[in-house]
Design a protein around this ligand. Structure first.
Ligand code: NAD
Ligand code: MLT
Length: 312
């Protein structure tokens, strides 16, 4: 039997992750999205590496008597029960800056796609339809972009979309208005943001407070010309409420990367021509995956050696 600590890789990570872990571990793989496979494989694990599809909840932690570290190769920790881990003496690490540029770039892409009908025009043309009038869009310049959550990714989106000539406002009660002003961003209340924005982009963590924040009530306060992007977490924009708003013409379009339940291959939202949807690709670039993999591999090495893991 192997004496090396077992590191369980439960999702597809960059090959750089295994290189950065080095030769000191018994590296095993499993499909973390398959509950039975996860609960069986985690029994022997000293560390587990995941992205967002593996639920490292209290049950999984209880099934892992040797577990010392849960490493999330990305930003959001909503698929890890941090308090159950802490109670069990298991360290939780992530790679909070690894994919922020990549995620911001996708959000910008979705904003541009919703403004210019890129996805439906592409599908129509490939189906032999040359419809220039049908896919007339709107300009970004001089429009107001409402950033909900002006953290790492929200700030990068604000900076990038300013270059398109957009006016940027934000809702984030935890950000000092002076810091926002330095970025050229005006802080508003959520209601004010909903009322003035031509585009809204959501960059919040998924918490009990943010779940459904952009729901039916909020979607009755927006301009009917608004385009909404959610590349943060599914459920922050309520999918049912968004579908009703799109159906009733109270929202002009949406760009979605994340869904309340993932994988999501069937949603009422997919029937709308003015919804552009990607399958949780926010962090999916070679660069971001390599950075995330290397960062968590380093943290796992330190944690399993009993050394201090510095903040990333
Ligand atoms: P961050 O922590 O840097 O920023 C989040 C911001 O939200 C903070 O400024 C915080 O003050 C604010 N906030 C928290 N609670 C709030 C509330 N109730 N109301 C208003 N503002 C609130 O996080 P980040 O790195 O910018 O990531 C943002 C989101 O993007 C996270 O949900 C993360 O999981 C997600 N993400 C998704 C992908 C993807 O693949 N689509 C990739 C990376 C990150
Ligand atoms: C994140 O929070 O980092 C992303 O959702 C990316 C991922 O799932 O890998």
């Amino acid at each position: 039997m192997s004496q090396k600590p077992v590191v369980l890789i439960a999702e597809e990570l960059s090959p750089a992750t295994v290189d950065a872990l080095g030769p000191d571990f018994d590296i095993r793989h499993c499909n973390g999205a398959d509950r039975g496979e996860l609960l069986s494989a985690i029994k022997d694990a000293d560390a587990i590496l995941v992205r967002s599809a593996t639920k490292v909840d209290a049950e999984a932690i209880a099934a892992a008597p040797k577990l010392r570290v849960v490493a999330r190769a990305g930003v959001g920790l909503d698929n890890v029960d941090v308090s159950a881990a802490t109670k069990a003496g298991v360290m939780v690490v992530n790679a909070p800056t690894s994919n922020i540029v990549t995620a911001a770039e996708l959000a910008c892409g979705l904003l541009i796609a919703t403004a210019r009908n890129i996805a439906p025009a592409n599908s129509a043309l490939k189906n032999g339809e040359w419809k220039r009038n049908k896919y007339t869009g709107v300009e970004l310049a001089e429009k107001t972009l409402g950033v909900v959550g002006l953290g790492r990714i929200g700030a990068l989106v604000a900076q990038r979309m300013s270059a398109f000539g957009m006016k940027i406002v934000a809702y984030d009660p935890y950000i000092q208005p002076a810091r926002a002003a330095q970025m050229g961003v005006k802080i508003l209340s959520l209601d004010e943001l909903l009322e003035v924005s031509d585009f809204i982009t959501v960059h919040l963590p998924k918490t009990p407070e943010t779940l459904g924040l952009i729901g039916d009530e909020a979607l009755h306060k927006v301009k009917p010309s608004v385009r909404i992007v959610n590349a943060a977490r599914g459920g922050i924009v309520d999918e049912e409420a968004l579908a009703s708003a799109l159906k009733e013409g109270r929202v002009a379009g949406a760009g979605l990367d994340v869904y309340a339940k993932e994988p999501c291959t069937d949603s009422p939202l997919f029937q709308f021509d003015n919804v552009v949807a990607t399958p949780h690709l926010g962090a999916s670039t070679d660069e971001a995956q390599e950075k995330a993999g290397i960062a968590v591999a380093k943290s796992v090495r330190l944690a399993l050696a009993g050394e201090l893991v510095p903040d990333a």
